[in-house]
Design a protein around this ligand. Sequence first.
Ligand code: ADP
Length: 257
Amino acid sequence: ALEMGRDIGRAIVNARLLKLERRLVDQFRQSDRAKTSLFATVAHELKNPLTSIVGHLELLRDDPQTDSDWSLGVMERNTRRLQSLVDDLLTLAKVSDPDRPLVSGQVDLARLTQDAIDMFLPGADQRGIQLTSDLVEGLAVVDGNADELARVVDNLVSNAVKFSPDNGVVQLRTRRDADTVVLLCSDSGLGISKEDQGSLFTEFFRSTNPAALEVPGTGLGLSIVARIIARHGGTISVESELGSGTTFEVALPATTA
Ligand code: ADP
């Protein structure tokens, strides 16, 4: 009876191991699939501007009739696009690396938000967009990497301004809720459909809204933002109505010091 008991025990352990092995293989396959699809998208995104640059180079070299100002202009725009894609891809790789330490210090989100406002004010002003804020320094302090958190705030403010029509309003607020610090970035812009909201934080996602597609961008900003926030133990959520505006809410653990 003892021997039979041991056999049954072994059989149960083996069945569990087999199940675990299958689950791991499935997980690896799934992560490989995600990686392959990301590589394909990256290659595709790099290929279009490169093809255009090569095409115009050939025109300039082979056809004396080519309007060189036009060709140089197209080549410059596409080179800049390649530059921002490569910059964003490098940042995405950096903030996605689980082995890269989070250099940490006390960071005041109100301070970062004020810096972002100062940076985007001239551009917003030119389009009649009002940047308003409700910030109290010293309240919204978190432990984190100042450069990465600045990137989060800059990206949200930049999008809010980018996707607002002329004369819109962008509002920035920070507050402290018990042991959580909250940053709210609201705009009176284009808004995001319910369907698009589900894909916002996916690499290279750009809205299906034609008005939003007119605004240049890489579609990498919000995936970088989401990864930085996750690295800091926080969350990001979005509330939006097509045609009336968007609010992004970031919640991060308040400093423990
Ligand atoms: P990018 O701005 O470079 O396209 P993001 O990842 O920052 O990339 O944003 C992805 C998409 O989400 C944008 O293309 C846009 O369609 C939509 N989006 C982001 N922020 C806003 C906003 N504040 N209002 C409307 N649409 C937005």
